[in-house]
Design a protein around this ligand. Structure first.
Ligand code: NAD
Length: 501
């Protein structure tokens, strides 16, 4: 579809196709999932302070709603396009599925530089955009959240505009709101906190002590600054951080709390704060460090610079920071990639908590939120590691796939969690001798209540998309009446069976 044809959308589709190819995904499912379910393009006329009316272009895209209401941020940035928003919406589908949230994926955006607007203009833009996308959003339909260029104030304006239309306060229509109108404790730092939790798991897996870990972070906005602070609190040495103007480097470790204080109070570019040597964004990416966290924009790590990266772990705080070509180079280098759909999922996880609290009108303590976030994101991490699979699948899988890149293999596929999960079935069902293993794996997947779609596969067969006609999730090799304890409850099965394309 030409309207979607942008670099970011091609990247998202190529990632998906790579996973779909690997597991011989049924064509019906592939075709459906490579395109968004709904795309809305709106014109947003705004009365500017000088009396002119300027018309901005906005979008809201829902990629998939099979698992529940769609969920995804709203971005204000001059480079926003329909293709970029559609790519981000697709990544949200995988991200919500990986964290096992009852959501589909969505994203929205307005092509605007919010820094060029006055507060009044920003409010009028937001309210008009909210009014234009009103038919698509709602607590049971599609729930926006902040993203690049938007914040809790913007969410408050959207909630208010929506509530005015329906006549009562609807807190669950957006997440990332101020606390006073139904926001959640811990939402602001949730994405950075999630980045830290999964990085700690990766360090544990690689047997690196946090006290010996050095961290470099590109981007010092919401995700980057909270990641820096929580990494520092966890005992890591944050050696470099950057914003759009460049960054700061201190091999002994930056004083992150002091840096944040000065950055917020003085509102100066990072590189002008005398707490380290200045360095460029490109130099930061090439630093010798344990953990590199890209937390700015997409496609920062490309074919041009991937080979020069010297990190051991790449924790993708931003969405889509690594191109496909770079992904291959890094995998070959043995870099342990924690893919964006996992690394930055803390934001949507706590957004989910906020939505649950709003709907229930019952609010949780900060400690509850942190514990539940750690629980969910750690489960998502553990569920997608190849060495975990090795343990489950035993020799059949391990012999074929264990290599010096076995971690890379798992992590690379983790980029496409949907594919990765389905691939588990594919490998398990690909060998006659693996019948018992297949059962175990199906049980494991179902016990996580993960299935985005019902998948079946038998010995020597590819996985196929079950359109809901099968009485249960038993693989074709199972005899009627055989032990199907691994089948998910029918409620879940019914809920996840999407309409035929
Ligand atoms: P933000 O606007 O708060 O911060 C962005 C930061 O990146 C700023 O420090 C900015 O100066 C810097 N930056 C911009 N362009 C840059 C460039 N070319 N080089 C280096 N730095 C640059 O945005 P955010 O909310 O922190 O989001 C950052 C990334 O994380 C985005 O990709 C976003 O989609 C993703 N993300 C955000 C959340 C969230 O909860 N905020 C959740 C998931 C994913």
């Amino acid at each position: 579809m030409n309207e979607l044809d942008t670099h970011t959308f091609r990247l998202a589709v190529a990632q998906f196709n790579q996973a779909a190819d690997a597991m011989h995904l049924d064509d019906n499912l592939r075709q459906r999932l490579t395109l968004p379910q709904r795309s809305l393009l709106v014109s947003v006329p705004v009365r500017m302070d000088d009396g002119r009316v300027e018309v901005f272009t906005g979008y809201r895209v829902q990629h998939d709603t099979a698992r529940g209401p769609s969920k995804g941020g709203i971005r204000y940035h001059p480079a926003v396009t329909l293709g970029e928003v559609a790519a981000l919406a697709m990544w949200m589908t995988w991200k919500c599925a990986l964290a096992d949230l009852p959501y589909g994926g969505a994203k929205g955006g307005v092509k605007v530089d919010p820094k060029q607007l006055t507060r009044g203009e920003l409010q009028r833009l937001t309210r008009r955009y909210a009014a234009e996308i009103f038919p698509l959003i709602g607590p049971d339909k599609d729930v926006p959240a902040p993203d690049v260029g938007t914040d809790q104030q913007v969410m408050a304006w959207i909630m208010d505009t929506y509530s005015q239309q329906v006549g009562y306060a609807v807190q669950g229509v957006v997440t990332g709101k101020p606390l006073s109108i139904g926001g959640s404790l811990g939402r602001e730092e949730a994405t950075g906190r999630g980045v830290v939790y999964v990085t700690l798991e990766a360090l544990r897996h690689l047997k690196v002590d946090i006290a010996n870990a050095t961290v470099a972070i590109q981007g010092f906005g919401n995700v980057g600054s909270h990641t820096a602070l929580i990494m520092h609190q966890a005992g890591a040495r944050v050696v470099a951080v950057s914003d759009v103007t460049g960054g700061l480097y201190n091999p002994k470790g930056l004083d992150v709390p002091e840096l944040l204080r000065r950055y917020r109070e003085h509102r100066r570019p990072l590189r002008e704060i005398p707490l380290g040597e200045s360095l460029t964004n490109e130099e930061l990416l090439r630093l010798d460090c344990t953990v590199l966290v890209p937390a700015a924009l997409s496609e920062q790590i490309t074919q041009a610079n991937a080979a020069a990266l010297r990190c051991r772990i790449l924790a993708e705080g931003a969405n889509g920071p690594t191109t496909l070509e770079a992904d291959r180079i890094l995998t070959d280098k043995g870099v342990f990639i924690i893919p964006d759909i996992l690394a930055n999922s803390g934001g949507v996880i706590v957004s989910y908590f906020e939505w649950v609290q709003d709907v229930q009108r019952f609010f949780w303590k900060a400690k509850d939120i942190q514990d539940r976030l750690q629980d969910l994101i750690t489960n998502a991490f553990l569920g997608q590691r190849v060495h975990d699979l090795d343990a489950i699948a035993g020799e059949n899988l391990v012999k074929r796939k264990r290599s010096r890149r076995s971690a890379g293999f798992g992590v690379k596929l983790g980029h496409h969690c949907l594919g990765f999960r389905l691939l588990v079935c594919r490998f398990a069902g690909a060998d006659n001798e693996s019948q018992p293993i297949r059962r175990q794996i199906l049980f494991r997947i179902n016990s996580l209540q993960f299935p985005l779609y019902t998948i079946s596969c038998g010995p020597g067969q590819s996985c196929a998309y079950d359109m809901g006609s099968r009485p249960d999730l038993a693989a074709p090799g199972d005899a009627p009446g055989s032990d199907n304890r691994h089948s998910p409850p029918s409620r879940i099965r019914d809920a996840v069976a999407p309409n035929p394309p």
